[in-house]
Design a protein around this ligand. Structure first.
Ligand SMILES: *Cc1c(COP(=O)(O)O)cnc(C)c1O
Length: 325
């Protein structure tokens, strides 16, 4: 179970390891839709994404438990993306050895980023299930602890600290838009937002955002149970999960008011818009603003201040320049 107390404890724990990101008013969008729109800039978080929050909370909790009982030889995970960098960063900060399993065809700059945080990189297979199986075997053989990307209480509580910061800066917020992959970010953020909104007897809607090409959580909510959509091809690489997490999905079902869908074109347009606002945001991170722009275009009227969580900024120059063109 993750509640507001677990999220507050996570915020204390990771305070010195991650940063409080700025909440910036988006002037042009605000004028356009007639309501204040604020951007929660996790693209400016350490490691370039919110994933540093959950990974740091997981690794620091582990270090606390370790102090209390048995020794852990290190941590291991399976991700060439933002989670891999976040775990490598967090492990380095607490001085734990870290191994990251990446695909054989990993992009050079991603491998370099992970190595840059001092982690050992191991190449294995091309599918994520091959890599996870290998990482779990390494965990058993070498007494390492596997760090899951989203389906875990400490990860969710860490991601929730972004929601805590939003509610402390803007308690009157009426809607919060959050990108959804496996659901760790929105589970944490929605728990913080709903708990603190109730405390201030204020109703805040939480809207999850998925690409039309990867609408596994949207379909799962309609079906009433988790469904698997198989491999997906959206440019939003952080949202390509094929099914919601078993830990996160019930939290999403309970807390999330709506799942909005955006097209690839909507994502490109939002990235260009953010570039003009001097913000470099990766495709996954721009989906929240894409959904706000789309809702306005479709005639939806916002009733108060809106927050878009810009979940990350790790985009290669090749992809970014392609989008701008
Ligand atoms: C991982 C990630 C997401 C999705 O987060 P989940 O916790 O898997 O839902 C969204 N945006 C970015 C930039 C990410 O790295």
């Amino acid at each position: 179970m993750v509640g507001i107390h677990e999220i507050e404890r996570a915020a204390m724990r990771i305070g010195g390891v991650v940063v409080e990101t700025p909440l910036i008013r988006a002037h042009r969008v605000s004028e356009w839709i007639g309501r204040d729109v604020f951007l929660k800039c996790e693209n400016l978080q350490v490691t370039g994404s919110f994933k540093a929050r959950g990974a740091s909370n997981f690794v620091l909790s582990l270090a606390e438990k370790q102090a209390a009982n048995t020794a852990v030889a290190g941590v291991v995970t399976a991700s060439s993306g933002n989670h891999g960098q976040a775990v490598a960063y967090a492990a380095k900060r607490v001085g734990l050895p870290c191994t990251v399993v990446v695909p054989e065809d990993v992009i050079g700059v991603k491998e370099e980023a992970i190595r840059g945080y001092g982690a050992e990189v191991v190449r294995c297979g091309v599918t994520s299930s091959e890599r996870i199986a290998y990482a779990e075997r390494l965990a058993l053989d070498k007494h390492l602890v596997f760090v899951p990307p989203y389906d875990d209480a400490d990860i969710v509580a860490g991601q929730g600290t972004a929601g805590l910061e939003i509610m402390r800066s803007l308690p009157q917020v009426s809607e919060v838009f959050v990108p959804v992959g496996g659901g760790g970010l929105i589970s944490g953020v929605s728990t913080a937002v709903k708990s603190l909104a109730v405390e201030s007897s204020h109703a805040t809607r939480v809207v999850g955002v998925e690409p039309e090409l990867a609408k596994d959580t949207y379909l799962s909510i309609q079906a009433g149970h988790a469904v698997d959509i198989g491999p997906t091809s959206t440019i939003a690489d952080g949202l390509r999960t094929s099914h919601p997490g078993s830990f996160t999905f019930p939290i999403v079902q309970r807390n999330v008011d709506e799942i909005a869908l955006v097209s690839e074109k909507d994502i490109f347009a939002a990235m260009r818009f953010l570039f003009e606002a001097k913000l470099v945001v990766e495709p996954s991170g721009a989906t929240s603003l894409a959904a706000v722009l789309k809702a306005h275009r479709d005639g939806y009227r916002f009733t108060g201040p809106v927050v878009c969580v810009l979940s990350g900024g790790n985009v290669s120059p090749e992809v970014f320049s392609g989008v701008l063109r």
